[in-house]
Design a protein around this ligand. Structure first.
Ligand code: PRP
Length: 179
């Protein structure tokens, strides 16, 4: 039985932070043709809710990526499970992530997407784990900095469950990849 130990970021706090981030994105991209790229699966919820606070005619696309198994999670080698539907050359691209931990997934994505010659390439992330990045990641729109705990909810899973929690929480115990 999975029990929530504590709520780390409430639904209300997420909502007001996304409203702030959405307002900033609206200002920064006014007059530009914005393409939001969500990194599946975790980013689906933040992408949907953040986009509702952006008052611009956004185009959406998605990528699905996976690291090569738990043992190589820190290798930075990322496998593309689903690539973008369309080319991004000359586009103003904003990558949307739920969480940045080691930063290796985004480091790979920034290099991969950057090589496709977008007009601009920026990042928005709801959560950043404090001090855990192995590579420097320049995040333009940040939600919350959180401690290094295993978090679930609001897109984040525990063995593919609990993504639908409306808040970000810490579990009393979790079924990690090592079990
Ligand atoms: C999570 C998250 C990021 C990545 C961050 O995805 O959505 O993409 O890990 O970790 P990193 O900064 O250490 O690279 P995950 O691989 O768990 O897949 P999911 O989104 O399908 O749950």
């Amino acid at each position: 039985m999975l029990k929530i130990a504590k709520v780390l970021v409430s639904a209300e706090d997420i909502e007001s932070k996304l409203a702030e981030m959405g307002a900033a994105i609206t200002e920064d991209y006014r007059g530009k043709d914005l393409l939001m790229i969500g990194v599946l699966k975790g980013a689906f919820m933040v992408m949907a809710d953040l986009a509702r606070h952006v008052r611009l005619p956004i185009e959406f696309d998605f990528m699905a990526v996976s690291s090569y198994g738990a043992a190589t999670k820190t290798s930075g080698v990322v496998r593309i499970l689903k690539d973008l539907d369309r080319q991004i050359e000359g586009r103003h691209v904003l990558i949307i992530e739920d969480i940045i931990d080691s930063g290796l997934t985004l480091d790979y994505l920034i290099r991969n997407l950057g090589a496709r010659n977008p007009a601009s390439l920026k990042l928005a992330a709801l959560l950043i784990k404090d001090g855990m990045q192995q590579v420097p990641i320049d995040v333009t729109y940040t939600g919350f900095t959180i401690p290094n705990e295993f978090v679930v909810g609001y897109g984040l899973d525990n063995v593919e469950r609990l993504r639908n929690l409306p808040y970000v929480a810490v579990l009393e115990e979790h079924l990690g990849a090592e079990m």
